[in-house]
Design a protein around this ligand. Structure first.
Ligand SMILES: C[S@@+](CC[C@H](N)C(=O)[O-])C[C@H]1O[C@@H](n2cnc3c(N)ncnc32)[C@H](O)[C@@H]1O
Length: 199
């Protein structure tokens, strides 16, 4: 990849963030919105990826690529790559456009399709996994992701405070694991953060 242009990246980050706010304020139905991660949660993901030097990142739920923009920016520094999984082919194309404009598309592989079908095809190990798709499917994603995480890797999932009931089975699944240290961060809509133990 050529030299990273942080101003180009910032311009796209701002445009996607503002468009997400506009869509929400206009009351568009969820299926027609970007449903982007809260900016504070995106910053947390970015810092986590940087601090852990994550080089192999997997994301479930790309939408328009807002969280992917932040993960890819971390990869500029870590020398890493992101594989991101998105059910809706149209949304995957929107994300592709944003990542290209931001100058980070070389660092991202977008895989359209149901993550429950595309996750088994991925070859780990991954250093960081981010889950932000259907809450009712979080346990399915977790089951498929966990064996592909390296020891010491992080699994982060969004909406565990805003949608506490829907994500409770996922938190219970994580907390029942003997090889995971788990907490909930009240950042944005609430992030579950689990670190895979070195068993
Ligand atoms: C909350 S949005 C993701 C927002 C994105 N992470 C961001 O911050 O910009 C959830 C996305 O997950 C996608 N999705 C839902 N079920 C999925 C599945 N089984 N596999 C892959 N993607 C899925 C939806 O199409 C939607 O685009």
């Amino acid at each position: 990849m050529g030299e990273f242009d942080v101003d180009a990246w910032r311009a796209v980050e701002e445009a996607v963030r503002l468009e997400n706010e506009r869509q929400r304020a206009a009351g568009l139905p969820p299926a027609r919105r970007y449903r982007a991660l809260h900016p504070k949660a995106a910053e947390f993901l970015y810092l986590l990826a940087l601090a852990s030097g994550a080089r192999r990142i997997v994301e479930v739920g790309t939408s328009a690529g807002y969280s992917t923009l932040w993960l890819a920016r971390a990869c500029v520094a870590t020398g890493g790559v992101v594989v991101t999984l998105e059910l809706e082919a149209g949304m995957a194309e929107v994300a592709r456009g944003h990542l290209e404009l931001a100058g980070v598309s070389d660092l991202v592989e977008i895989r359209p399709g149901d993550a429950r079908e595309t996750l088994p095809q991925l070859v780990g190990p991954f250093d960081l996994a981010f889950v932000d798709a259907e809450k009712a499917e979080y346990v399915d994603y977790g089951e498929l992701l966990w064996p592909k995480l390296a020891a010491g890797a992080s699994l982060v999932a969004d909406n565990v405070v805003s949608h506490a009931e829907a994500t409770a089975p996922f938190l219970a699944w994580l907390r029942a694991r003997g090889d995971a240290a788990t907490t909930v961060l009240e950042v944005g809509n609430g992030l579950a953060w689990a670190v895979k133990g070195r068993t």
